[in-house]
Design a protein around this ligand. Sequence first.
Ligand SMILES: Cc1cc2nc3c(=O)[nH]c(=O)nc-3n(C[C@H](O)[C@H](O)[C@H](O)COP(=O)(O)OP(=O)(O)OC[C@H]3O[C@@H](n4cnc5c(N)ncnc54)[C@H](O)[C@@H]3O)c2cc1C
Length: 445
Amino acid sequence: MSDILIIGAGISGLASACFLKERGHNVRVIEAAAEPGGCMRTVTHKGYLIEAGPNSTLSKGGAFDDLVRVAGLEAELIEGNVLAKRRYVVKHGVPTPLPGSPPAFFKTSLFSVRAKFRLFAEPFIGRAKTEETVAQFVRRRLGQEFLDWAIDPFVSGVYAGDPDKLSARAATAKVYALEAEHGSLIRGALARALRGKASGPQPRGRLVSFRAGMQALPRALAMKLGDALQCDAGATALTRNANGRWQVTAGTTVHEAEHVVLATAAEQAAALVEPLDAALAAEMRAIYYPPVASVALGFARAQVRHPLDGFGMLIPSRERLKTLGALFSSTLFPGRAPAGEILLTAFIGGARNPSIAELSEAAIVEQVLADLRALLGIDGEPTMVLVNRWARAIPQYELGHLERIGRIDEALAKWPGLHTRANWRDGISVADCISHAQAFAARFT
Ligand SMILES: Cc1cc2nc3c(=O)[nH]c(=O)nc-3n(C[C@H](O)[C@H](O)[C@H](O)COP(=O)(O)OP(=O)(O)OC[C@H]3O[C@@H](n4cnc5c(N)ncnc54)[C@H](O)[C@@H]3O)c2cc1C
C-alpha cells in the first residue's frame, strides 16, 4: 500500500483521497484555504442558501453515488425540480424554451424553417480532417443557427467560454465522439438510443445537490478524512530527496511521501513544479482561466413577472448583453429563499468578457440588473444581493488542449510518483472530477 500526499482539497483532491483510502492506502491531504471544497462553496446570507460555485451536477450514478455513500450523505441528496427540464434561451430579447422533443423542435421559434431542414443534410457531412473549434464543428455539421441559439449559450453556461476558441474534441467530447464513432451526430444519437433500448434501462442523468448545498459533500468528506486533512496548509515547495521520496513544504512542516498528487488549479500546480521542470510548468500555465462573477439576487415573488418555471435562462452572445445567463435557483431546489421570495443566480464575465475583473461589485450588479430587468420582467430593487467573484474560474479546453495534456503526462512520466488530478484535465463538472478520481484511485496498486 502506498503513502500518498494530496495537495488541494477541492472535489478532485477529496474524492481521490477518499477513494484511495477505501482501497487501503495511507493518504494525507493539505489545503491552502481555511475550509475544504475549492470551487464548491455554499454561503447562507439573509435567509438564502447561495452557491458561489457549482449549483448542481449531473450524476449518472456510479462514482458519484459511491462517493455520496462514502460521505454518508445519501439522505441529504436532493434532485432538481422536474421543471428544471425546461431551459430558456433568449432570442431577440425573449426567453424562449429550448425544445425538449422532436415535435417541439419543429414548432420552436428558436430556429428558422431553413435551419430545421438543414438538419436532414447532417448525416451526409463527412468527418473533420483537422482539429476544429466548437464553432467550426457545429457550423459545419448543424449550421450557423444551431451555433448561435443552442451551442453558443450552452458553452457560456458550462465553460463561460468562447466557442471560437474551445476545442470540439476536448470541450464537447461526448458530441464529438458521435461524429468520430458514427460519422454523424444524428446517426450516432439514434444508434445510442437503440443500443440503450436493447441493453435495458440505462442510468438516467440526475441533476443533484444536497439539502445544505453543494459544499455539504466536501465538508462531509473532510469529516471522514479527519486528521488526515489539514486546512490552512498551502504547499509552497516540492522536492525529491536522494531516496526518491517526495518532500512538500507547507508552512513550517515538511511532509514526506512516496506519491504526491497535485489537485490544484493549473497555475498553482505550475508554481510547485517550476523548479523541477520549467517546460512542464509552462504547459500548465498556458491553460487559460477567465474571470467570472456569480451574482445572487433575491426578490419578493411579486417583483418578478416571469414564471421562473425552469432551470434558468441562457443568453447567446448574439443578444449583445453582458450577462451570460441566470439560474432560477429557488425553482431548482426548494428552501433556497425565504418564504415569498425567489433566488436568481446570474453569471457575468467569462472568456468573451474578461474585463469584468476590473469592475467594482456595484458596477457588476448594475450591469446584471440592467440585463435581467427586461428579460424577466423585474420591478424594483433586489431584497438581497451577494456577489461571488472568481478571478480564475473555469479552465478553458482550447484548441490543442488534449495535446497539451499529453505533453504534461509525458513530462510527468519522468518524475515517478508525481501525479495530477484536477478539473483542468478530463472534464470540468463536479461529476467528471469524481469519476476520474475513482478511476485514478483504481490505477494505484
Ligand atoms: C462559478 C462556477 C460555477 C460552476 N458551476 C458548475 C455546475 O453548476 N456544475 C458542475 O458540475 N460544475 C460546475 N463548476 C465546475 C466545478 O465546480 C469545478 O470544476 C470543480 O469543483 C473543480 O474541482 P477541483 O478539485 O478540480 O478544483 P478546485 O475546486 O479549484 O480545488 C483546488 C483546491 O486546491 C487548493 N490549493 C491551491 N493551491 C494550493 C496549494 N499550494 N496548497 C494546498 N492547496 C492548494 C485550493 O485552495 C482549492 O481548494 C463551476 C465552477 C465555477 C467556478
